[in-house]
Every structure is written in C-alpha cells, then in structure tokens.
Ligand binder design. Structure first.
Ligand code: NDP
Ligand code: 2IT
Length: 451
C-alpha cells in the first residue's frame, strides 16, 4: 500500500469523509503530496497531515435580524479558523444558502495551501452564513451584516483573524461589517480586507482575483511554450467579482472573452461580451443575465433548464482558453471532454475547486495547461495581505504599485509551482506542484513551531 493510500484510508474512517467537498479537496492534496511524505519522514513523524486537516476551531453562531416587514429571521453564521502557522487566519466570508460546515472546511483547507503559496505571512480560514442575499433590500443586507458582526467581532482582529469577501460578499457587505465592528469596538483597524477605498481599502482589491488569474495564465502559457492570449477566444463562467474582472483584464490585453454565466443561464456573445453592460446588470441592478439580450440581439442566452442532465452551456463554446469563475464542481468530466475536443489549450480556475476530479484527470491526461485554483486565484488574497500591510502602516499605495506587486506575486507563484512539479518528477502538473509547494511551507513552519 502506498503512503497516499494509507493516509487516505485513515481519513476515510474519520469525520473528514462526512463532508463530501472537504474530502474531495483533501484527497487531491494527499495524492499530490505523497512523494514529499515519502522523501522526508519528518512530515509523518510530526503528524503534519493529521494536524493540518483538523481546523484549530470552528465557531458557529446564531444570527437574528429583522427583515423590511419586521419579520424575525434566523440564520447560522460560521468562522472556521483553520491554521495560523504562517500568519493570522485569513480568508473570505461566503453568504449563500448552500453554506454549511463542510463547504467552509473545504474552502478553509484550500485557503491554507493557497495563502502559503503566496509566500506572504497569512494563515488560512473561511467563514460565512446560509443567508441568501438574493432579492434582499439594501437595508436588509445592512441589518444582516450588523447582526452577523455582533457575534463575529469577538473572534477576529488584525493580528488574529482577518476575513474578506467571497460569494455574496463584496465591498458593500464588507463596508457594513466594518461599520458595525467599529461601532462595537470603537477601534479603527484593519480587521477586514476588501473595504471600500475611502476607509482603508486597497486599490485593486476588487480587481485582484480576476486580474491575478490572467497574469498567472499569461506566465503559465509562456512557460509552457504556448501562444499568448492576445486575439484568442476565451470563455469565462460566472458573472460576479472574479468573472467580471477576469473579463476586464482579458479585454485590456486584446483577448476576446465571449461568455459569462450566472446560476440561471449563460450568455454567448461571439463578438466579445460588453463589460459595461454586464457591470450595470450585475453590480448595479443585480438582475439576471437574461436582460443582456434585450439590447444585444446577436448574443444568445441559454437557460440552465436546457441542460437538465447537468453540465453547463458555457463549456460547449469552442475556445483557446477557459476560465471557470463561478463555484465549486461547475465543470464536470463531460464539460472537460467538450473543451478538449473543441481544441481548448488552457484552463485556469478563478473559482475555488470548480473542476471535478474527473475533469482535472481529463485535462492532465490530455496535456492541457491546467492552472489549479489555489495557485491561479491567489491574487485576491495576496492583495488582501497588501491591504493589511497598508492598514498596519497607516499608509496608501498607488494603483500602479499594487498592480506591479500583484503581477510579481502571480509570476512567482507560477514559477514556484512549475519548478516544484519538475523537482518531484511531475513536470507540467501544476496541481501536484501547487499542493506540494503550498503544503511544504506550512508543514515546515508547523515543525519549527513545535507541538
Ligand atoms: P460573486 O458572488 O461575486 O459571484 C458569484 C458568481 O457565481 C455569480 O455569477 C453567481 O450567479 C455564480 N454562482 C454562484 N453559485 C452558483 C451556483 N451554485 N451555480 C451557478 N452559478 C453560481 O462571487 P465571487 O466572484 O467573489 O466568487 C466566485 C468564485 O471565486 C467562488 O468560488 C469564490 O470562492 C472564488 N474566489 C473569490 C475570490 C474573491 O476575491 N472574491 C478570491 C478567490 C476565489 P448568481 O448571481 O446567479 O448567484
Ligand atoms: O478564496 C479566496 O481566496 C477569497 N475569497 C479571498 C480571501 C481574502 O482574504 O481575500
């Protein structure tokens, strides 16, 4: 039995297996790091894996708030403080009805390795609530955020745990959360990142994940001797923070992004999507993508109901490069086969774990340039760390400075991942490279810190 199989067997009978997505993230990482465990017995002797897969603590709390009709609403809030070997717990908050402990553990575990890969002093954490922001008024969002922070403020701090945004949590929500934190504590400090610029937010944090994804992909394509993205058809899923800023950067560099999607359907605009309209629909009006075709008759809207067996219209569109930027497991084996047979050369994950294990297997066996989420979408958390630095130093960096530093971080991660893969005999496999490099830095810190 290999060391990976032995480790997997241990977790199969433990609590980890009760959370499907958490186990999925874990299994991938364990298979990747097996050669590292084989080559250095310290990781087994110090029980690093056993210690790493259990969060330091999971905080679960009740959130009670009043809707606009004065109905009393009850939701559940969470913060998973996973590992702080490298720095304060750091990671986003997700507000979505699907949120539960398993999803937050998968996201928190991925976040530990991602934050490690940035080379910056940040640990891993994640949080959120099963609150559904869809259809809520601005006041309802504000009231929910205040109620959520009433409890969360006890557990966070600029040197302890610094949350940010994720699905359903953007600058508006972070603004309300920060306002409440300040009211409760009378303290003006960098306890959250992704804040509006006027009260401590960093330039470029809203753009960082999407821009960073494209910087990573440019570096990867260059290193793998592939043609650049300029003039190429690209497809993007999602229509939120990550997707829209990936599209923005693709347009800036002369690529042709022709799609985006939300939970109801996909837009395919063969001449290139109209970003201004998308921002108006998704950031200002917060309505369905279907409205895009009211003014763009040449574009096609494909509702998810046309795909009753699962799968997603977006992955049927022929492209040079694909960027899944919506949510976990949105790209299945069938989708991967469609992309491959349509000649796709590169897939970069903007969302967290958007490709199923079978889809990843298909990409790797067909030698597609595949950039896994924990490396490719690390630009968001990297700029969050820049925001923490700016707040701690009571200073502001220019847009250009943050952009330069973001580019540098993404290039460094790409090179580190690629080199690590080569060192461990799996050249070109960025999944293994990312897991090994991310794991090693945290594991070495855990050994140095003692038990
Ligand atoms: P947003 O809330 O801004 O956007 C999410 C987008 O994904 C929306 O278009 C949403 O559609 C769609 N979506 C969400 N859930 C589903 C679903 N179950 N099925 C289909 N579509 C869905 O979130 P972000 O853009 O911030 O996050 C997107 C992904 O990127 C997530 O995986 C997140 O964890 C990851 N990420 C985010 C970072 C950040 O800085 N924000 C950093 C790194 C990773 P609809 O509006 O209809 O719900
Ligand atoms: O998944 C992620 O990296 C994020 N949602 C961003 C985390 C952060 O702290 O900026």
């Amino acid at each position: 039995m290999t060391i990976a199989q032995k480790e997997i067997e241990k977790f199969e009978t433990s609590d980890c297996n009760q959370d499907k997505v958490f186990y999925q993230a874990l299994e991938e990482a364990i298979y990747s790091i097996a050669p590292l465990l084989e080559s250095d017995e310290r990781y087994t002797r110090y029980a690093i894996l056993e210690r790493l897969v259990v969060p330091d603590r999971i905080i679960k709390f009740k959130v009670v708030w009043l809707d606009d009709n004065q109905n009393i609403m009850v939701n559940t809030g969470y913060r998973v403080q996973f590992n702080n070997a490298l720095g304060p717990y750091k990671g986003g908050l997700r507000f979505h009805p699907s949120v539960n402990e398993g999803i937050l553990k998968f996201l928190g575990f991925e976040q530990i390795l991602k934050n490690s890969l940035t080379g910056l002093p940040i640990g891993g954490g994640k949080g959120g609530s099963d609150f559904d922001p869809k259809g809520k008024s601005d006041f309802e969002i504000m009231k929910f955020c205040s109620a959520f922070m009433t409890e969360l403020h006890k557990y966070i701090g600029p040197r302890m745990d610094v949350p940010a945004g994720d699905i359903g949590v953007g600058a508006r929500e972070i603004g309300y959360l920060f306002g409440e934190y300040k009211k409760i504590t009378s303290s003006y400090e960098g306890v959250l990142t992704g804040k509006p610029y006027m009260f401590g937010g960093s330039f470029m944090r809203p753009e960082a994940t999407g821009y960073g994804l494209i910087y990573f992909t440019q570096t990867m394509l260059e290193m793998e001797n592939q043609e650049s993205l300029e003039g190429k058809i690209c497809i993007v899923s999602g229509a939120g923070n990550v997707a829209l800023h990936a599209i923005e950067k693709l347009l800036q560099i002369g690529a042709i992004p022709v799609s985006c999607s939300d939970s109801k359907g996909t837009i395919h605009d063969p001449r290139g999507v109209n970003l201004e309209l998308l921002k108006e629909l998704k950031e200002e009006k917060r309505v369905s993508l279907e409205e895009y075709i009211n003014t763009h008759k040449e574009a096609k809207y494909i509702p998810v109901s046309e795909y009753p067996e699962g799968g997603h219209a977006v992955w049927d569109i022929p492209c040079y490069a694909a960027f899944p930027c919506a949510t976990q497991n949105e790209l299945t084996e069938i989708d991967a086969q469609n992309l491959i047979s349509n000649g796709c050369v590169s897939v970069s994950e903007g969302a967290n774990m958007p490709s199923t294990p079978e889809a990843i297997e298909a990409f790797l066996s067909h030698k597609i340039c595949f950039a896994p989420a924990k490396a490719a979408n690390a630009g968001g958390v990297a700029v969050s760390e820049f925001e923490m630095s700016q707040n701690a130093g009571m200073t502001k960096w220019s847009f250009e400075k943050v952009d330069e530093k973001l580019k540098d971080v993404m290039q460094q991660i790409c090179k580190r991942v690629s080199l690590t893969a080569k060192d461990y005999g799996v050249e070109g496999n960025y999944v293994d490279g990312a897991n090994i490099a991310g794991f090693k830095r945290v594991a070495d810190a855990m050994i140095a810190e003692g038990v």
